[in-house]
Write a protein that binds this ligand. Structure first.
Ligand code: NAD
Length: 492
């Protein structure tokens, strides 16, 4: 960052002022203080980053994987050393609480740890004697330059779903953070610089749509990892494919929780409230609908309404705060209008977070937790991703109806069941159409060694972020069939 608070790009191992003329303020959602100015880089700057990454690729891919991962081993203690600073940056630019930001950084670091296992994860396969004297084997090779386009809501974690694996596999990388929360990745890049990677192996380009589209169109970029809203994910996937690139595009969500009458009510309520209201509902794994079955309805509605009403809302850096702000005023207005639409569609607001003002942070973009009871199935609000602290309650009589309701949604990021029945859990995990399933878990976020498995409108592509999927995504297979003269000694 310059003295004037302008964020710099990091290209070819150097911090560079962007040539772009357009700049946006990065605003703390709770205090409305301008934290920095982010440049909206253009195609020329993206081109410089892609060129730097392309130039260093041959040397980087030729370095043994055991040497490449030494840079990740060095990165881990550096991330731990500035852990609190990174978490505070996330809270300030994104609005979530400090504990949530710490959790986010912990999940980011996990991916560095897992990617250190690349020498094993990247191993090929070998079949001896597929025919007399002939062997066949498959090796994994890196693709070249890869790009990451990230959303605003996990500025510290989401690029880590991709870039540690990309680099460890021998690729080079260009990262474009969200223009709304670009500060944290800038700090991470200070650490990547300190690690001493060969210049150009990893590059940071700030920007918005223009920069993202330049990455999608650049001929030297071989693969795109995108996370963001579904309409943009669909567009990114199509444009990357039209340009002959490999793409993985993780999109939005509308996650249901199903509560059976035999669920532990106290635990279910606590977990459901954390899922729906944690990160102010701005999580792609936030619960957005709770579907109660049979007698669970009255008890759960009452308990979750109490949990919503009693949640401490405020500035994420303040002690005791359980929920922070939403990202900006436009997002608050959108969430409030969806609450109004839900009421118009027939739901009753058991707890209504509209018009929230927090003492000391009167200008902040806050919405308190909201519960919409009796949201009609099929209504627009029951199907729309709200991305705010709003939980819709619906009711059915059987688990089969609940599963049918879950499966009627367009998204498939996560579905959760609360029960004490193993048989019900087994039925649910087998039949629910979502790629991440929680059983008595409210945020079924896969650990770094599992793929982040969105389905349906929540994901476009085949291979997800994290774990083995990332290794497959960031490598291409080469199959070799090999024969050697059987008696070589006679030839010399
Ligand atoms: P967004 O789609 O507005 O932006 C995501 C990224 O795309 C940003 O870097 C942005 O600059 C860029 N972008 C915006 N418009 C573009 C365009 N037309 N072409 C190319 N790039 C473009 O998303 P957001 O508001 O930053 O993030 C919230 C969304 O992300 C929610 O829908 C949430 O569910 C989703 N999300 C999904 C996951 C997941 O794993 N499935 C994880 C986190 C967030």
């Amino acid at each position: 960052m310059t003295k004037d608070g302008e964020l710099k790009n990091y290209i070819g191992g150097e911090w560079r002022m962007a040539e772009a003329v357009e700049r946006l303020p990065v605003v703390d959602p709770a205090t409305q203080e301008t934290l920095a100015m982010v440049p909206l880089s253009n195609g020329a700057e993206v081109g410089q980053a892609a060129e730097a990454a392309r130039r260093v690729f041959p040397g980087w891919r030729a370095m043994p994987a055991t040497e490449r991962i030494q840079y990740l081993f060095k990165l881990k203690p550096l991330l731990e050393g500035r852990f609190e600073e990174l978490a505070r940056a996330i809270t300030m630019e994104c609005g979530k609480t400090l504990d949530e930001a710490r959790g986010e950084m912990r999940r980011a670091i996990e991916n560095v740890e897992v990617a250190c296992g690349i020498p094993l994860m990247m191993q090929g396969e070998f079949s001896e004697d597929i025919a007399p004297g002939i062997d066949e084997f498959m090796i994994r090779q890196p693709l070249g330059v890869c790009a990451v386009i990230a959303p605003f809501n996990f500025p510290g974690m989401i690029p880590f779903w991709f870039f540690p694996y990309a680099l460890a596999c021998g690729n080079t990388c260009v990262i474009k953070p969200s223009e709304r929360t670009p500060i944290t990745m800038g700090l991470v890049f200070e650490l990547l610089h300190e690690v001493g990677l060969p210049p150009g192996v990893v590059n940071l380009v700030h920007g918005a749509r223009e920069a993202a589209e330049a990455l999608l169109d650049h001929p030297d970029i071989r693969a795109i990892s995108f996370v963001g809203s579904t309409p943009v994910a669909r567009h990114v996937y199509a444009r990357a494919a039209a340009n002959g690139k490999r793409a993985q595009a993780q999109g939005g969500a509308k996650n249901p929780l199903v509560v059976l009458p035999d669920a532990d009510l106290e635990m279910t309520t606590r977990i459901a409230a954390d899922s729906a209201f944690g990160c102010a509902g701005q999580r792609c794994l936030a619960a957005s609908l709770a579907i109660t079955v049979g007698e669970a309805r009255d008890l759960f509605s009452e308990a979750i309404a109490d949990a919503a009403a009693s949640r401490a809302v405020g500035y994420g850096l303040d002690e005791g705060v359980q929920m922070g702000a939403v990202i900006n005023h436009a997002s608050r207005a959108r969430v409030e209008s969806l609450i109004a639409e839900g009421v118009k569609e027939g739901a009753s607001a058991l707890v209504d977070g509209r018009g929230t003002v927090i003492a000391g942070y009167e200008a902040g973009s806050f919405v308190r937790p909201t519960i919409l009871q009796g949201l009609p199935p099929g209504s627009a609000v029951a199907r729309t991703e709200i991305f705010g602290p709003v939980l819709g309650l619906m009711h059915v009589d059987t688990i089969e109806e609940a599963i049918a309701l879950v499966n009627s949604g367009e998204y498939g990021n996560m579905a959760c069941l609360f029960t004490s029945s193993g048989a019900a859990a087994r039925q649910f995990r087998s039949q629910a159409e979502a790629g991440n399933i929680g059983i008595n878990i409210g945020v079924a976020a896969p650990m770094a060694f599992f793929p982040f498995s969105g389905w349906k409108e929540s994901f476009f592509g085949m291979l997800h972020g994290q774990g083995r999927h990332a290794v497959e995504f960031f490598t291409q297979t080469k199959v070799v069939v090999e024969r050697w003269p059987d008696d070589w000694s006679r030839r010399f």
